[in-house]
Design a binder for this molecule. Structure first.
Ligand code: PLP
Length: 389
């Protein structure tokens, strides 16, 4: 399509409709969606409660700007505050914007407490935080950064496999920004000992600990925030993707004294926290934060892991399985296979993505059932047979 910029490499399927676990193309062919639109449609497509909330809100008030108090935005903030353990929220429209706001918040917080020299952000090799200039500066991927320099000064990138890397956190650090499971980096859970040491170092040095939960949050890993698995108490957390099940929305939640740094006029977003997105977010948060829902994510996650481990032996050359909850990566030992498996799976009408260092990623909607997992594995099996052939 020549009227669109060529920045996306798209598969030649034309999606027009979604229902539950499935997307449908123009010819009404069904595709079992194990991508959730890259971790977005956690409650599946056209979820009745989300659709009802959106329809009702669309007829009532779509937008009024942050010039005024917005009750539904406050309701969502209260829920996030409670889940975070006491915090205040800022709303925006995407993951990159949430991280951008968090990066700014960290500098502003340090500035306000009399430490303006703390301008650095420490982030990790393998991390992904978005495509805006600030977020891109802490996303160490040559392919994404090439041709866009100069980036924002102040990013210090460290290797999570190197214990000496913690020395980068010091008197010039405003904040440390991590994903506890690196999603775009290949579904790579960080080593808990490294995370603990990094969190301790940040605290000892007076730097903020910020966790990017854009992909891992909203119940994806079996806890509302993935950092809970690591026993962390971050100062700042960012969310987006599944927050409003597909209506663009992002959020930063911060400890109240950190949040204070965003005094009136310091930061903003025209659309951020608009009533339509917030109406959807309220339903998603209430649904996915319920303990029974999260326990079910754990159970389905265990089932998916077991089935993937069985399938791994049928990948030519074998494969490793890693992840948590309903976020899994299948990493073939043979280079160059991940893209081929994803393409073959598409032929079998199973939607997957290839990420990071050649990993096939599985991010089904959190409403996935055992029978959906069976169907996915049947389609994956047929796809693998073709890759072998
Ligand atoms: C962990 C993480 N942070 C940030 C982003 C950027 O989000 P967005 O594409 O909404 O800007 C992504 C997107 O994949 C992500 O996975």
């Amino acid at each position: 399509m020549d009227a669109l910029m060529p920045n996306y490499r798209r598969y030649p399927v034309r999606m027009v409709r979604g229902q539950g676990m499935y997307l449908y193309d123009e010819a009404e062919r069904d595709y079992l969606d194990f991508t959730s639109g890259i971790g977005v449609t956690a409650l599946g497509h056209a979820h009745p409660a989300v659709t009802a909330a959106l329809s009702e809100q669309a007829g009532r008030l779509v937008h009024c700007s942050n010039l005024y108090e917005i009750p539904v935005q406050e309701a969502v903030a209260e829920r996030l505050s409670l889940l975070f353990g006491g915090g205040r929220a800022f709303f925006c429209n995407s993951g990159a914007e949430a991280n951008e706001a968090a990066l700014k918040l960290a500098r502003r917080y340090q500035y306000r407490r009399g430490q303006p020299e703390r301008t650095e952000w420490v982030a990790l090799e393998g991390g992904f935080h978005g495509r805006t200039f600030g977020a891109l500066s802490v996303t160490p991927r040559p392919a994404y950064q090439e041709g866009f320099v100069p980036l924002v000064p102040g990013a210090r990138i460290i290797d999570p496999a190197d214990p000496a890397a913690l020395d980068a956190v010091g008197p010039r650090t405003a904040a440390v920004l991590i994903e506890v499971i690196q999603g775009e980096g290949g579904v790579r859970p960080l080593d808990p000992a490294f995370v603990r040491a990094l969190a301790d170092k940040a605290r000892a040095e007076g730097a903020l600990l910020m966790v990017d939960e854009v992909q891992t949050g909203m119940g994806r890993t079996g806890r509302f925030f993935a950092y809970e698995h690591y026993g962390l108490a971050p100062d700042v957390v960012t969310l987006a993707k599944a927050l409003a099940n597909g209506v663009p929305a992002g959020a930063v939640v911060a400890r109240p004294d950190v949040a204070e740094a965003f005094a009136p006029g310091t930061h903003g977003s025209t659309f951020g926290g608009n009533p339509l997105a917030m109406a959807a977010a309220q339903v998603v948060i209430d649904t996915v934060s319920a303990p029974e829902f999260l326990q079910r994510v754990e159970r389905m996650g265990t089932l998916l892991r077991e089935r993937l481990e069985a399938v791994a032996s049928r990948v030519p050359g074998g494969a490793a399985v890693r992840g948590r909850g309903l976020m899994w990566g299948l990493r073939p030992h043979t280079a160059g296979l991940a893209e081929k498996i994803v393409a073959a799976a598409l032929q079998e009408r199973l939607l997957l993505t290839a990420v990071g260092d050649q990993t096939v990623r599985f991010l089904p909607p959190l409403i996935v059932t055992p029978s959906d997992i069976e169907t996915a594995m049947e389609r994956l099996d047929r796809a693998l047979a073709k890759v072998e052939g």
